[in-house]
Design a binder for this molecule. Structure first.
Ligand SMILES: [Mn+2]
Length: 275
C-alpha cells in the first residue's frame, strides 16, 4: 500500500493561500520519479525520466534548485530564471555522469513581486501542466512541449484523436536536455482563483471535464487533491501521479467578517438542541 498523505497548509507569509499536495506512484510503476515543492512562494511539479533511479534523482534536483526561494515574499522573476538555469545545469551534469539520459519536466507557479504587487510567474518545460479555475471558467495556463502538441498544432492530429494517440509520452523539451528553454507567463494573483499543478499521471488519466468537475465539487483543497489522485488510480494509475492545488482566498477580509458573524449567531442554547 503506497503511502500518501494530503496536507493543507496555510503559511504565515501567505495567509490568503490554502495549499494541498499529494503524490502517488500509481498502479503500474515500481517507483515514483515525480517530485514537487509546495511551500510559499514556490508551487512546482517535476516529472523525471531516465534509467534506473536517474529520473527520480533528476526531478528531485530540479525541485531543490528552487529551495532558496522558499519563505520569501520578494522573489524577482530573474531569480526564478536563475533557479531554472541551475536545474538545467544540475540535470545535464547528472545525465553526463550517469550516461542514462536523465531529464525532467518542470511546471508550476512562483509568486513574485513587481512594483510591490504579487503576481504568479507561470513556468513550463515539458508536458506537466498548470490549470486555473476562476468562477465557472477552467483554463489551461501552460502549453505542452510534446510531439502530440506539435501534431495538434500542425493539424495532423484532431482533438478527438488525442485519447488514442500512440506517442503521448514523447516530450520535445526537458530540463537537462539541449534546446529546452522554459516558457513563462505572468499573471496577477486573483482573489478566489484556484491553481492546479499536475504531472501527466493526472491529466493523462482524467479528461479536462472530469478535472473541472472534481475541483468544482470540493471547496476544501485537501479533499479535492485526494479525490483527484484517487480517480487517477481508478482510471488505471498508469503513471506516477502528482497534484498540487493552490487556493487564493475569495477576499480575506470578507472571510474574517463571515467568521465573526458565525461566532455572533451561535448561542449555547442552539448548540444544545443540535446535540
Ligand atoms: Mn509522468
Amino acid at each position: 500500500m503506497p503511502s500518501r498523505s494530503v496536507t493543507v497548509e496555510v503559511s504565515e507569509a501567505s495567509p490568503q493561500l490554502r495549499v494541498a499536495a499529494s503524490t502517488d506512484a500509481g498502479r503500474q510503476r515500481r517507483g515514483n520519479e515525480d517530485s514537487h515543492l509546495a511551500e510559499f512562494p514556490v508551487y512546482i511539479v517535476a516529472d523525471g525520466m531516465g534509467g534506473h533511479d536517474a529520473g527520480a534523482v533528476a526531478s528531485a534536483s530540479v525541485v531543490r534548485a528552487f529551495s532558496g526561494l522558499v519563505g520569501r515574499d520578494d522573489v524577482r522573476p530573474d531569480e526564478v530564471a536563475d533557479a531554472i538555469r541551475r536545474a538545467h545545469q544540475t540535470v545535464a551534469a547528472l545525465s553526463d555522469r550517469t550516461r542514462r539520459g536523465a531529464g525532467s519536466t518542470l511546471t508550476g507557479v512562483v509568486q513574485v513581486r513587481h512594483d510591490g504587487l504579487p503576481y504568479w510567474l507561470v513556468l513550463n518545460v515539458g508536458d506537466s501542466r498548470v490549470y486555473r479555475v476562476v468562477g465557472a471558467r477552467f483554463e489551461r495556463m501552460t502549453i505542452d512541449h510534446s510531439y502530440m502538441q506539435e501534431q495538434l498544432d500542425a493539424g495532423n492530429l484532431a482533438p478527438d484523436e488525442v485519447e488514442t494517440f500512440e506517442h503521448k509520452n514523447v516530450i520535445t523539451r526537458a530540463v537537462g536536455a539541449p534546446d529546452s528553454p522554459a516558457d513563462y507567463w505572468v499573471h496577477p494573483v486573483e482573489a478566489g482563483e484556484r491553481i492546479l499543478i499536475c504531472s501527466d499521471g493526472l491529466h493523462g488519466e482524467l479528461s479536462e471535464a472530469e478535472l473541472y468537475d472534481v475541483l468544482a465539487h470540493h471547496a476544501d483543497p485537501g479533499e479535492a487533491v485526494d479525490d483527484l489522485v484517487q480517480r487517477a488510480l481508478d482510471h488505471g494509475g498508469h503513471d506516477n501521479i502528482t497534484v498540487v492545488l493552490v487556493d487564493v482566498a475569495e477576499n480575506p477580509s470578507a472571510e474574517e467578517h463571515d467568521e465573526a458573524a458565525r461566532l455572533e449567531t451561535s448561542s449555547p442554547t442552539e448548540d444544545n438542541t443540535d446535540a
